[in-house]
Design a protein around this ligand. Structure first.
Ligand code: UDX
Length: 486
């Protein structure tokens, strides 16, 4: 899509080049716009300029290369340049949880808008994409108009982003919907021009006021979190009966009114969005005097956190009642597969809790080891599944990477001291494991005892070429035709 010159395409800037901003800047250039990306982090900008994406996101490096080669994408650390360049300025900076409360920390958002407003000298549209509490856009409108030499001429819009890590490119170039929160027809017209290629493709558009646009994002994340915690609450019920939450989820999912997405039971949600967004939403509702309306989000959060503790309980049970000195192979650290993000990661939290109870924890994540190490340097990190499993008393699958789903129970079993597996993500076929002599446990599922197997499949690790396997990558730990991704 390179024919935007015919309709006077706006020049785009993107302030903040994290997961959201980098993907947005790259995608807008791919769509044919001239784009200038900004960040205060010189190192990040230097990486992006040379074609390196500073985080793991499948498909994004290729898109960055394509965008840079087109000559339409540039990066800077100079805000004056940004103010001069753009007709539409997208603000994509983070809104993490505050250190001392459940509220969102809006200091980065406030600074970004203030810095832009102080410098912009011609009519332009400021567009917030960050997830913010309701009322932020109205407050920022007042703030930027007070600061700017343009006064009320400087307009602000809100355009929430719904991309998922691991699918960021797909979600940005082919979103389910676009939402424009605007206060004037002019702002709507500018945003329509900025998203023309997607609108021409037929992507549904909702045009709303500023507050509704802000609310769409937090409501969507709250709904998704609630759905996950609902099925995990059912898992708690299953745990004190003989019911199986996996079968329950499958049966529920076949009701088309319910659907199967975000109904996967297990260790629960984490990451840089869902946990902090539901907390900030609840906090904001309380400030507005309507805390009762979303009080249930506190329960959603509690159910989610209990899954981490319960996972440790199951691992302790598998280990025979105590974790002291027990060797646990912790498979996964990222908050979900295809990401190196360890923010509020359930997997890493479980590893930390195990370590605090005296277990000897060995963590392996295909992409997130470095980030995890920065957060919890006391844990032991290794570079392969085989090293993690070596002499383990319990294997704990905590993030459902494809490599773990497809591991061969026999080859894995030859490495460990005891064939005991905790499937924290309902990612494995229990029969495949129990039939090869493994004890299998998963949250909300009945205890699956090992099926007795002939002695010859339980070869000690020394009889199998452990290091040869590592030398050849992981392929020998993998069984063809293993569990497929649903
Ligand atoms: C989420 C929203 O999906 C996205 O629209 C928003 O823009 C940002 O927040 P993301 O944080 O990338 O995206 O991850 P998502 O795929 O939503 O998963 C969140 C967490 O929920 C992960 O830890 C995942 O493992 C967990 N999850 C998801 C479940 O436990 N069960 C499920 O059924 C689905």
């Amino acid at each position: 899509m390179n024919n935007l010159a015919t309709f006077n395409a706006p020049k785009i800037t993107v302030v903040g080049t994290g997961y959201l901003g980098a993907t947005h800047a790259i995608s807008m250039a791919i769509l044919g716009f001239d784009v200038l990306g900004f960040d205060v982090d010189h190192h990040k900008i230097a990486q992006l300029r040379t074609g390196k994406v500073p985080f793991f996101e499948p498909g994004l490096p290729e898109k960055l290369e394509e965008a840079l080669a087109s000559g339409r994408l540039h990066f800077t650390t100079n805000m004056d340049e940004v103010a001069r360049f753009g007709d539409v300025h997208f603000v994509c900076v983070g809104t993490p949880q505050s250190a001392d409360s459940a509220a969102a920390n809006l200091s980065y958002v406030d600074t970004a808008f203030a810095e832009l407003a102080a410098r912009i000298t011609r009519k332009a549209l400021l567009v917030g994409k960050s997830t913010v509490p309701i009322g932020t856009a109205a407050r920022l409108t007042q703030m930027v108009q007070d600061i700017s030499p343009l006064g009320p001429e400087l307009e602000l819009a809100w355009n929430p982003e719904f991309l998922r890590e691991g699918f960021a490119v797909q979600d940005t170039l082919h979103p389910d919907r676009l939402v424009f929160g605007v206060s004037s027809e002019w702002a709507e017209a500018v945003l329509r021009r900025a998203y023309l290629p997607l609108l021409e493709e037929g992507i549904p558009l909702i045009v709303a006021d500023l507050a509704t646009a802000e609310l769409v994002k937090v409501a969507a994340n709250s709904f998704l979190a609630t759905k996950i915690s609902f099925i995990n609450a059912m898992a708690e019920i299953c745990e004190c009966t003989s019911a199986d939450v996996s079968l329950l989820a499958e049966a529920l999912s076949l009701d088309s009114r319910i659907g199967g997405r975000f109904l996967k039971p297990g260790l629960g949600f984490g990451g840089g969005c869902l946990p902090k967004d539901i907390r900030a939403f609840k906090h904001r509702a309380e400030q507005l005097g309507v805390g009762q309306a979303v009080r249930f989000l506190g329960e959603v959060d509690s159910i989610n956190n209990r899954r981490r503790v319960r996972t440790v309980d199951l691992i302790r049970e598998l280990a025979g009642g105590s974790l002291a000195g027990v060797r646990v192979a912790a498979l996964g650290a990222a908050f979900k597969p295809n990401s190196d993000d360890v923010r509020d990661a359930p997997a890493l939290d479980v590893a930390r809790l195990l370590y605090m109870e005296g277990a000897v924890v060995t963590v392996y994540d295909p992409e997130a080891n470095a980030n995890a190490h920065r957060l919890y340097p006391d844990l032991n990190y290794v570079g392969s599944l085989a090293e993690a499993a070596h002499q383990a008393d319990v294997v704990a699958l905590l993030t459902e990477w494809e490599e773990f789903r497809r591991a061969d129970p026999d080859r894995l079993g030859a490495l460990v001291r005891h064939r005991r597996i905790l499937d924290g993500r309902h990612a494995l076929d229990p029969d495949r494991y129990t039939s090869r002599g493994w004890e299998y446990r998963a949250l909300g599922r009945p205890y699956q005892r090992a099926v007795p197997v002939p002695q010859d499949v339980r070869k000690p690790a020394t009889q199998l070429p452990l290091f040869g396997w590592q030398g050849q990558g992981q392929e020998n730990l993998v069984q063809q035709g293993g569990d497929s991704v649903p």
